[in-house]
Design a protein around this ligand. Structure first.
Ligand code: BYC
Length: 328
């Protein structure tokens, strides 16, 4: 009997067709695919692409709010903001770990982000001009993230779905802290109310763009939904977000900057105006107002802190050697 090779399984090993069949049956039964299971290469690549983009978004997403840490208006606000920004770092770490279960290398993913070979969410390419932006990011950006991510708790890939459960719990706290901050500002001076309205005017449309291109221009959706990675289309989730947010805006006392936003009684949903997809395309191709700053900072963080990573790796190697030595 000749030895098995990469493209010729050993006798008794299931062939690719039966592995594919088992994978398809697992997906059809709504069971989870786990790291040691066989999976088609396209499924693995799609997951690495989405999870890496998601992880990068969490890490780059620390910057817009992080800019206000040294200028928070009170100790209480500073403590809340610090906790939130640290949570985002934690989300990035769970997600990079999930990508590692698919064979990806964390340092390589970071390099791809910095070199513009992998994306991060468009939303983080806008500046935070006042403290009201911190509240609006919590309310709208974390609100949009919850709409998008709750269905990902049922994603077909186990480690991604499990990471999303904790992430969503924390995002829910983030959204409420943002809304509470805005409620406080709306109960303040005219100037504070104007700051909130200005921030809503600037963040509303970019928040709608977070859900991705419209369904008829979303090349990855059909396959990702067939594989159970995504559970709803981009437009479905965007609609859910609008319907959820309009009453919150009314309660808060702000106007959403869309003259075409109306409740459609017959359809049982809101209709809203046209999204500027040309702006979205500019932003995801690197030409948004803050893309260069965001990536330059991430590059500096990688390069300036390389010595910490190297020292930690050397320490771990020495430690592992010590154990091996004492065991021997
Ligand atoms: N921004 O075929 P499509 C957070 C890309 S952070 C940039 O619809 P897909 C937070 C897309 O990647 C949470 N790029 O793709 C953190 C694709 O390009 P590639 C962020 C976008 O993957 C700190 C192309 O456009 N959430 O909550 O089926 C503070 C075509 O799109 C965007 C996630 O990452 C975009 N908005 O669907 C506060 C959620 N949209 O990759 C808060 C996880 C699309 O082929 N990701 N593109 O070159 C997803 O759910 C899906 O990947 C998307 C896109 C719905 C975003």
């Amino acid at each position: 009997m000749s030895a098995p090779t990469l493209d010729r399984p050993a006798a008794g090993t299931p062939d690719e067709a039966s592995l594919q069949e088992r994978f398809d049956a697992t997906i059809a039964a709504e069971h989870r695919i786990e790291p040691r299971d066989w999976m088609p290469e396209g499924y693995r690549k799609t997951l690495v692409r989405q999870i890496a983009q998601h992880a990068h978004s969490e890490i780059i997403g620390m910057q817009p709010e992080g800019d206000w840490l040294l200028a928070a208006p009170s100790l209480r606000r500073k403590a809340i903001l610090l906790a939130k920004v640290q949570d985002e770092a934690g989300h990035g770490m769970y997600l990079y770990s999930a990508a590692e279960t698919l064979g990806a290398d964390r340092a390589d993913l970071t390099d791809k982000l910095i070199e513009g070979r992998q994306k991060y969410s468009s939303i983080f390419n806008y500046p935070t001009l006042t403290y009201a932006d911190v509240g609006v990011i919590g309310w709208l950006v974390d609100g949009a993230a919850i709409c998008n991510q709750v269905p990902l708790c049922r994603s077909s890939y186990g480690p991604y779905a499990r990471a999303m459960i904790r992430v969503c719990k924390e995002e829910s706290f983030h959204q409420r802290q943002g809304y509470e901050l805005l409620m406080t500002m709306m109960g303040g001076t005219d100037e504070q109310r104007a700051m909130v309205q200005d921030a809503v005017d600037r963040w509303w449309w970019p928040s709608l763009m977070m859900f991705g291109p419209p369904d008829d221009d979303s090349p990855n959706s059909a396959q990702s939904m067939a594989w159970g990675i995504k559970r709803h289309s981009n437009d479905e989730l965007r609609q859910r977000f609008v319907d959820m947010t309009v009453p919150q805006a009314e309660f808060l006392g702000v106007t959403l900057p869309d003259p075409d936003l109306v409740w459609d009684e017959a359809a049982g949903r809101h209709r809203f105006g046209a999204i500027d997809w040309a702006e979205f395309k500019r932003v995801i191709s690197g030409e948004g107002p803050m893309n260069a700053v965001r990536v330059a900072r991430r590059r500096a963080a990688r390069d300036d802190n390389a010595w910490v990573t190297e020292a930690a790796a050397a320490h771990a190697a020495k430690h592992a050697g010590g154990h091996a030595g004492s065991a021997a």
